[in-house]
Ligand binder design. Structure first.
Ligand SMILES: [Zn+2]
Length: 275
């Protein structure tokens, strides 16, 4: 197993007493089920769950329980998704950013690799719970999970903010903090500030220096979006390969998709060469 298809290392508090722990990722676009994933229709947390269920494996190539993957912190799921996208294409993820200096406005680009994102997420990952103080009251926070995101999808705009705070606030209960005289907005802001360091991928900010004028522009790259775009592209490439090989050799979709990558490429090269 090469390191570039390793599932991001999970902390002990997540894996203790669990049997099926993800250790590796198979390349997306190499099984018939991969072609059925609809990147347009699914809601994002569902889509991420679907992709991880398909491609995450134990050391013995066994599938991972969907519930386990849902209970991973959102940031771990993003790391796993970016690592999966990097299995198909290991080039850095890049984003466009327009320089914020009014007189400049130059279009710049910045890059991040899946390894950089994963090591940033890993810094605080040894701790399951963050102890902090919210306006003089001791509080404990946890990272939001994929399951929390699924729950947020069912909320209305009016109740979403409170649902998000309830998800990460382990203690004291939100009602106790409110009874203490703090406003909800003030509590939510304090929690956001504490979570910035505890789970930095949740609201990752990058300062991009403009090579033209030297001004700094703060951006929040859409990490999962970049990974999903790359995986969607891997799916289109796989479908294109199936089309060309099926047209030429008249094999079935599942026969073609199961071919090891090197054989798939060899057949495609022979078609290209007019063999
Ligand atoms: Zn500039």
């Amino acid at each position: 197993m090469s390191s570039n298809d390793a599932f991001p290392v999970l902390p002990q508090w997540l894996t203790a007493e669990k049997k099926n722990v993800p250790v590796k990722l198979r390349p997306f676009g190499t099984a018939a089920e991969d072609l059925a994933v609809s990147f347009r229709m699914a809601r994002r947390p569902e889509l991420i769950s679907k992709l991880l269920v398909l491609c995450a494996l134990t050391a013995d190539d066994e599938a991972i329980d969907q519930q386990f993957l849902l209970d991973l912190p959102v940031s771990m799921r993003v790391c796993a998704l970016m690592t999966l996208a990097a299995v198909s294409d290991s080039s850095p993820f890049s984003w466009q950013v327009q320089c914020s200096a009014a007189a400049c406005g130059q279009q710049n680009e910045f890059d991040l690799t899946a390894e950089q994102i994963t090591s940033l997420a890993a810094e605080q990952l040894g701790k399951e719970i963050l102890s902090t103080v919210i306006d003089g009251v001791r509080a404990e926070l946890r990272r939001p999970t994929g399951r929390d995101q699924m729950c947020w999808l069912t909320q209305s705009a009016a109740t979403l903010g409170e649902a998000m705070v309830q998800s990460v606030l382990v203690s004291p209960p939100l009602d106790a903090l409110l009874a203490d005289g703090q406003s909800f907005d003030s509590i939510a802001l304090k929690i956001d500030e504490a979570m910035d360091a505890f789970d930095p991928l949740l609201s990752l900010h990058v300062n991009v220096l403009c090579p033209q004028c030297g001004a700094s522009t703060e951006v929040s790259p859409d990490l999962a979006g970049a990974a999903l775009e790359r995986l969607s592209r891997a799916q289109r490439v796989a479908i294109g390969d199936v089309h060309r090989l099926a047209s030429h050799y008249h094999w079935s979709e599942s026969e073609i998709i199961r071919l090891p990558q090197w054989r798939r490429e060899s057949y495609l090269e022979m078609i290209e060469a007019g063999a």
